[in-house]
Design a protein. Structure first.
Ligand code: 13P
Length: 255
């Protein structure tokens, strides 16, 4: 079975002091739980601090983005090797980056390839907008996002895929577990199997993201094709994030 994984995407939130306090609290509460990967994704300037704060625990660190180029005159950008010096994971293709910063399936593909080459585990985000869902295009959009992002990627062993329906992000209204499972156990898993075959495809952790909180997490985790969560707002509250991690571990039978 794919390894249960819960990642917290802090987005553009926290001060330096808040980042330290959040990391310290989480180290104390979920620093050493077996059988489930826990990943903190703070803003770039706090990666080093958060890494040092959780050092010695089994908590992983992730960045929220990176450039795909190795180095050069790219003012303001951060390269794969820079990220890899501090992180285990990198979130790629988040819908906010697609919507606000012009990321395309093509640029996400370049980033996934570069991340793997640098030894990072990409958390590849896919998901349809409300308009796309209402037009009956959810499956085809997500299928296209997956196949394009993974074009030329030959090995699935370091991949994580997050399904984040855009209409459920930051709204407080998550998708239903059944709807998420329909996409995740459907078009996402089908495409992964077509690309990598079984059992490799079934080892890729599939995370649900979009208003996951301590109340909603259990239902998602009860779905066999959902192996974890990518958490936004609730990852800024140490008790809520720890609760989400413990519930996931409990439902998946690893604690
Ligand atoms: P929320 O949990 O705040 O809806 O954010 C989800 C998300 O975008 C995680 O990447």
């Amino acid at each position: 079975m794919a390894r249960p994984t819960v990642a917290g995407n802090w987005k553009m939130n926290t001060s330096l002091a808040e980042a330290k306090s959040l990391a310290r609290d989480l180290r104390a509460s979920i620093g050493d739980i077996n059988g489930i990967d826990r990943v903190l994704c703070p803003p770039f300037p706090y990666l080093m601090l958060v890494r040092e704060t959780v050092a010695g625990s089994s908590i992983g660190i992730g960045a929220q983005n990176m450039n795909y180029q190795e180095k050069g005159a790219f003012t303001g950008e951060v390269s794969p090797s820079m990220v890899a010096e501090l992180c285990d994971y990198v979130i790629l293709g988040h819908s906010e980056r697609r919507a606000l910063y012009g990321e395309t399936d093509e640029s996400v593909n370049l980033k996934v390839e570069a991340a793997l080459k640098a030894g990072l585990k990409p958390i590849l985000c896919v998901g349809e907008t409300l308009a796309q869902r209402e037009a009956g295009a959810a499956e085809s959009i997500v299928g296209k996002q997956i196949t394009k992002a993974l074009d030329g990627v030959e090995n699935a062993s370091s991949l994580v895929v997050a399904y984040e329906p855009v209409w459920a992000i930051g709204t407080g209204v998550p998708a239903t577990p059944e709807l998420a499972a329909e996409i995740m156990g459907g078009v996402i898993q089908r495409n992964l199997i077509a690309l990598y075959g079984e059992p490799a495809a079934l080892e890729v952790p599939l995370l649900y993201g979009g208003s996951v909180n301590p109340d909603s997490v259990q239902g998602f985790m009860e779905q066999g094709c959902i192996h974890g969560a990518l958490v936004g707002g609730a990852s800024l509250k140490p008790e809520d994030f720890a609760h989400i991690v413990r519930t996931t571990a409990g439902v998946k039978g690893v604690s």
